[in-house]
Design a protein around this ligand. Structure first.
Ligand SMILES: N[C@@H](CCC[C@H](N)C(=O)O)C(=O)O
Length: 293
């Protein structure tokens, strides 16, 4: 067994996150470890955020992101807030520069405990999402599910926030849609060669929305930060809302601002639950004595 690493079980607006401290070591959290941790009810999670030593001058840490099916992800807004809260508690810092495979992210912890993450610029080109075929206008693409003459969900907006998102607009209650049935079909639809995160969104005013998300590699979640960003950007881009939006997600509230400089800033909470140590190769784990249930 490799040397164990510390971890904290946290959540970001209900998005279940494991923050793993992999600093000072060369190994990575394996897909097998992720699958094993997710199979245990006590450590069930949506994403692992593995903190590694910095790779690039000017950044403090490199973050490797794994979904609960063991696949990698390029962005995780809620998980990034959890990383910031964990690092802030350790270092006393309030501002952070982190790197992921998708690029460099800046974040700040506010005095009220909320955390803002600059999620970078959205991308709209069909190759950027990516889509399997050319769509010149990604504000609305041809894709539908359900009976051909009465589709249940159709014509999503698609956006890359570093990771692929499809936003289906609905008029009624987002809870009246069978997202656990349609989610996997849409996530794995051939139009998305790298799969996609699937969100249904109801716009409730110029500055508010309700969303639910089926996450690529993780399934139904209580919150998905990059989906909140994608939905807010797509809503503003299609004229449905202004550029600053409050989003109600099943696990709480998130705020998104698509700034004039094209950067998208996600703000929300992060919460510590318990900590322990785990084996990054197998996922075998033990709770710390002081946070024993
Ligand atoms: N929960 C995340 C997004 C996680 C990554 C996603 N499942 C993917 O594979 O792209 C968030 O808060 O952004």
């Amino acid at each position: 067994m490799a040397a164990t690493a510390p971890f904290a079980k946290m959540n970001g607006a209900g998005n279940e996150i494991i923050v793993a401290d992999m600093r000072g070591r060369a190994d990575r959290v394996t897909a097998a470890a992720a699958i094993a941790l997710n199979a245990d009810q006590a450590t069930r999670f949506d994403q692992i955020m593995a903190i590694h030593d910095a790779r690039t001058p000017g950044t403090g840490w490199f973050i490797d992101i794994l979904n609960s099916d063991g696949s990698g992800a390029q962005a995780c807004g809620n998980g990034t807030r959890c990383v910031v809260q964990a690092l802030g508690a350790e270092t006393g810092l309030k501002t952070f520069t982190l790197e992921t495979v998708a690029g460099i992210l800046n974040a700040v912890e506010h005095d009220d405990g909320l955390i803002s993450v600059d999620m970078g610029r959205p991308r709209f080109g069909w190759q950027d999402i990516p889509l399997a075929e050319e769509f010149r206008d990604t504000r609305m693409i041809e894709l539908q599910i359900g009976p051909i003459d009465a589709p249940v969900l159709h014509s999503p907006s698609v956006v890359s926030m570093g990771n692929p998102h499809a936003i289906f607009w609905v008029d009624g209650d987002v809870w009246s849609y069978d997202l656990d049935r349609f989610g996997p079909l849409l996530e794995n639809h051939p139009i998305f060669p790298e799969r996609a995160n699937i969100t249904i969104a109801e716009v409730t005013s110029r500055d508010s929305m309700v969303i639910r998300t089926w996450e690529r590699g993780a399934g139904l979640t209580k919150a998905c930060g990059s989906a909140a960003c994608a939905a807010a950007v797509a809503a503003a881009r299609t004229g449905r809302t202004d550029r600053r939006v409050a989003l109600t997600v099943p696990g709480g509230q998130l705020q998104v601002e698509w700034r004039a400089d094209d950067h998208v800033v996600l703000t929300g909470p992060a919460e510590w639950e318990f900590s322990g140590r785990f084996d990054p190769a197998s996922g075998a784990w033990q709770r710390d004595a002081e946070s024993a249930a």
